[in-house]
Ligand binder design. Structure first.
Ligand code: PHE
Length: 582
């Protein structure tokens, strides 16, 4: 416990959490989920998922880590000895992710170098799949290591370990670069994307709402799944990050700022992606649908082609891959930090020992993804981990906290210190509503995967890398919770200030925001419904949707940030008084 450092400031903490949340998922996952699932209608589901699950779970993980000042496994042990494995499980799900996330980051590193000479040429698809990945015909044909990827993987891991070298002390500095730089570069791409000829076609595809899709359960699955993944919830990251907060740290407003900043980035990123795709479609003289692709195909095949056709193409190539790299790295090191801080808490390892050991093992496991069959395995692991790792862990977390711990105590705890307060509704969200939603989501998806298989991969491969991995993780977690340090002497008394910082005003602040969203939603609904009767309203739908989500996300982020800035000095005074009294 002695070596548990602190964040250098509140901003550093918030930026680190934002950096973890904002990653490749915002750029290549979100826009396509959105298009596939009804455009503007998906955004409605997404915002509902953000409000009902994203923000509440973020508050839950941050208050848990802050309350016990321990990483996930031992935080859960504090709730009950028999729950330690839940924390390990979350952390191991993150461990599997970092094994392949680092490989994707390595591709980004290679491509950053390629962009100086545009080594990908004109046939970017063949270059990526055949020349670069050396993709074989199936998962069992490994086809040897791809040397350039292997070398970048080593460099990638050195960078990741370097970023957490002295724990949060180093992270506190690194995040100023790894969060602001990709934001800046993203703005460049949004402006460039939106000013290209044909971009408006693309944006129309992105935002045009197909509201009938809201009746389709898979749209909701996609929305909730994307929220968990994107916010990095359920991997023990936020629990670990919050464990380095000072005693009197603010939690609720920080959670809201983190969540809104992440969702804003996704939303805005969509304009860069779809603007560029609209241009690309026009260039090829085809319809926008035919160029829509998510995942690696977008970043490593479609985007290089778009870049080839831009003026100053070299410049845009370099900054595009630099953006991917800086987006990915803070997500990767947050995972490493979640795992290695768990190791330190449990086995009393030093910071360096824990970082290097975890990184070395993750590197070795990651080697499989650098072979010619790597992409196949990556695809399978990614799919299974998302549902049966991530979603199941979040479900178990909610059940344990909701039913075996007094959530109301946790709520009070968070409320006392915070600039924004949450009502009892939060308890019900954690205890009932979120678990029910996730449960329904998992059942639907399991049935689909069992009956339909996945992307035509051989069943045995799914059994190994899919089901095998997700079944193994809880078993390993149980073993981990049984070994090692047993003493439970660490005391975790709660220091609650006697004078609450902000009373009614705290509730009011959140309500104001929610009311504003609601009233604006009515206006938007009126435009959409009205367009059935007045043709002329039709052309307002896409701009109205765009403006609405802009206000909800960007406006919300600004509103809550202003609150935190305004309260800043008052908080300091208050905290001093409150702690003096104890
Ligand atoms: N949130 C990251 C993204 O959107 C992905 C991620 C998941 C990162 C889990 C770390 C841990 O890309």
């Amino acid at each position: 416990m002695g070596q548990r450092g602190n964040w250098s400031s509140r901003q550093a903490f918030i930026l680190a959490a934002i950096g973890s949340a904002i990653g490749l998922g915002n750029i290549w996952r979100f826009p396509f989920k959105c298009y596939e699932n009804g455009g503007g209608a998906f955004l409605v589901a997404y915002i509902i998922a953000m409000l009902t699950a994203g923000i509440p779970l973020m508050i839950m993980e941050l208050s848990l880590g802050h309350r016990f000042k321990l990483a996930a496994p031992l935080s859960f042990r504090k709730i009950g000895k028999k729950f330690e494995w839940v924390g390990w499980w979350a952390v191991f799900v993150g461990f599997i992710i970092v094994c392949y996330y680092a490989v994707v980051m390595a591709w980004g590193l290679n491509y950053s170098v390629f962009s100086f000479t545009q080594a990908w040429g004109t046939d970017t698809g063949t270059f990526f799949f055949k020349d670069f990945l050396g993709l074989t015909d199936g998962p069992y044909q490994l086809g040897g290591f791809q040397l350039p990827i292997l070398i970048s993987l080593i460099i990638g891991w050195i960078l990741i370990v370097g970023a957490v070298w002295k724990g949060v002390k180093t992270v506190s500095k690194v995040v100023y670069v790894t969060v602001f730089l990709p934001w800046l570069l993203l703005v460049v791409f949004v402006v460039r994307g939106m000013t290209l000829p044909g971009s408006m076609e693309g944006i129309n595809y992105y935002l045009y709402p197909h509201f009938e899709q809201l009746l389709n359960p898979s749209v909701w699955i996609a929305a909730y799944g994307q929220i968990f993944y994107s916010l990095s919830i359920g991997f023990g990251i936020m629990i670990a990050y919050a464990s380095f907060l000072k005693k009197d740290a603010e939690i609720i407003n920080s959670s809201i700022i983190i969540t809104l900043s992440n969702c804003t980035t996704s939303f805005i990123g969509g304009f860069a992606v779809f603007g560029a795709l609209g241009y690309y479609a026009q260039l090829k003289g085809v319809a926008v649908e035919s160029v829509l692709k998510g995942g690696p195909g977008l970043a490593f095949v479609t985007y290089p082609t778009i870049i080839n056709n831009l003026p100053f193409s070299r410049f845009f190539g370099i900054i595009f891959f630099l953006m991917l790299l800086t987006l990915a790295i803070d997500s990767a090191f947050s995972l490493l930090e979640a795992i290695s801080s768990s190791m330190r808490d449990k086995f009393n390892w030093s910071i360096k020992r824990s970082n290097i050991t975890v990184a070395a093992i993750a590197f070795l496991i990651g080697l499989i993804f650098t072979t010619g069959a790597g992409l196949y395995w990556l695809d399978i692991v990614d799919k299974w981990i998302e549902f049966f790792g991530l979603c199941v862990v979040v479900l178990v977390e909610c059940v344990v906290l909701g039913w075996f711990f007094k959530v109301d105590k946790l709520r009070n705890y968070a409320n006392k210190y915070s600039e924004v307060r949450i009502s009892k509704l939060w308890n019900y969200l954690i205890k009932l509503i979120i678990p029910i939603i996730i449960f329904a989501l998992i059942i639907t998806e399991t049935i689909k995967l069992i009956t339909k298989g996945y992307e035509g991969y051989p069943a045995s491969a799914l059994l190994i890398a899919g089901w095998g991995v997700v079944i193994l993780l809880p078993i390993v977690s149980i073993i981990f919770s049984r070994i090692g340090r047993k003493e439970d002497s660490m005391d975790s008394e709660i220091i609650l200030p006697k004078t609450p910082f902000i009373d009614k005003l705290g509730y009011l602040r959140l309500n104001r925001y929610l009311y504003a969203i609601g009233i604006l939603a009515v206006v938007m609904a009126a435009i959409v419904i009205g367009s059935n009767y007045y043709q002329s309203l039709k052309s307002f739908i896409v701009p109205a949707i765009g403006i609405y989500f802009f206000l909800v996300l960007v406006g919300g982020a600004i509103y809550f940030t202003i609150i935190s800035i305004k309260d800043g000095h008052r908080r300091d005074e208050w905290a001093e008084q409150a702690l003096e009294k104890d």
